[in-house]
Write a protein that binds this ligand. Structure first.
Ligand code: M6R
Length: 364
């Protein structure tokens, strides 16, 4: 049932082009984004004052990424919260708030509890869910399914990718309806969205190169990920993938924050993975790379194909094909997933079922 792949995680990484396509295709109609299941009129969309996104783990990381997309594109303020935190902080929810809960399983206890709390307060809840008919899918006011298909590996890959796509679609739709994105702007973004499956496939095909690189770090004590803005959200996910399957300690840091403490952990040879996909931030992040390099770090960069500047400060570079600045997470995460996977394989870890972890966390 692993279809010739050594692990479900690898199989599911390879299913990402399809998961992405299956999630956007049914929602593209005659050059427009149509999300019937949203149950919101254009008037409803125009009256949103604030979006709150609540989730756990990787789903929370997709929320963090989409904050930049909703705010940048649709100019709607967004708060992102961990479900286990949201519940206990007496959040301010009013009529103009749209609460989005994101969950692969649809059964995560904290996320479900957050949904109930918001519904009790009379707030509209939209679920972005992968498992059809799950508790969150049943209890949310509206459900937008991610069509990733069943995900078996504990470490999420294809559901994560499909969640990102759903959130991009929503942000694009909201931006267009609210007059922040022109018809032409929308049409261009749709074209870029349609290119993602092929681009993801291309990146997956680099797997041997990444495996070779990963094999150099099987005995690493600690691995760091840095980035700014969306790239910080990508770093968090790259770091989580690595640590959950390989058991190597890892931290993700907002690149500018490193010098406020964490830089003391950098030693000769420590691997720092730097993510740079936002052109306006290239220079700033490059200067953080130089900071760690002068302290002995080995710097690996994941960046856009046009950013050859980066070679000044990186020892190893993975280039990403060109896409819209808001879609870069969908590409940058691929080499990071592969890296985490191959470090775990090289260390002989139980990749699909890492110790102490469950696929769906149904306790609070
Ligand atoms: O089923 P959910 O999306 O609600 O699960 C949330 C997290 O438990 C999940 O993303 C977890 O962090 C994964 N193991 C990450 O790979």
């Amino acid at each position: 049932e692993k279809g010739g792949y050594e692990h479900f995680m690898l199989k599911e990484m390879y299913e990402q082009p399809k998961a992405i396509m299956d999630t956007f295709s049914p929602r593209l109609k005659n050059g427009n984004i149509v999300i019937e299941e949203l149950g919101m009129s254009e008037e409803d969309i125009r009256s949103i004052r604030k979006i709150m996104i609540v989730a756990c783990g990787s789903a929370y990381h997709t929320g963090m990424t989409s904050k930049y997309v909703f705010e940048g594109l649709a100019r709607i303020p967004v708060e992102v919260d961990l479900a286990s935190e949201f519940r206990y902080r007496n959040p301010i929810l009013d009529e103009g708030t749209l609460l989005i809960v994101v969950s692969q399983s649809g059964e995560t206890a904290d996320t479900l509890a957050a949904l109930r709390e918001a519904k009790d307060k009379g707030v509209r809840v939209l679920g972005i869910v992968n498992v059809v008919g799950s508790s969150i899918a049943r209890e949310a006011d509206n459900v937008m399914y991610t069509w990733a298909g069943p995900e078996i590996a504990v470490a999420t890959t294809k559901a994560y990718s499909a969640q990102l796509i759903s959130l991009y679609l929503l942000a694009m739709k909201f931006a267009h309806v609210r007059g922040e994105l022109s018809d032409k702007g929308l049409a261009d973004m749709i074209e870029e969205l349609k290119e993602l499956p092929t681009q993801v496939e291309m990146l997956l095909n680099n797997k041997n190169k990444i495996q070779k690189f990963a094999n150099r770090y099987l005995a690493a004590k600690s691995i760091f990920f840095i980035g700014r803005g969306i790239d910080y959200a990508i770093s968090l996910e790259g770091s989580l993938k690595l640590k959950e399957v390989s058991y190597i300690h890892s931290e993700a840091y907002a690149a500018g924050e490193l010098k406020h403490g964490t830089i003391s952990l950098i030693e000769e040879g420590t691997l720092v993975c730097s993510v740079l996909t936002q052109e306006e931030l290239y220079k700033k992040t490059i200067s953080n790379m130089v900071e760690v390099k002068t302290r002995g770090a080995f710097v690996m960069a994941v960046t856009n194909v046009d950013n050859t500047e980066v070679e000044k400060a990186a020892d190893y570079v993975i280039y990403l094909p060109k896409t819209n600045k808001y879609f870069t997470n969908s590409l940058a995460i691929i080499p990071l997933q592969l890296f985490g996977y191959y470090v775990a394989v090289g260390r002989g870890c139980d990749v699909d079922k890492p110790r102490n972890l469950a696929k769906s966390v149904t306790v609070e």
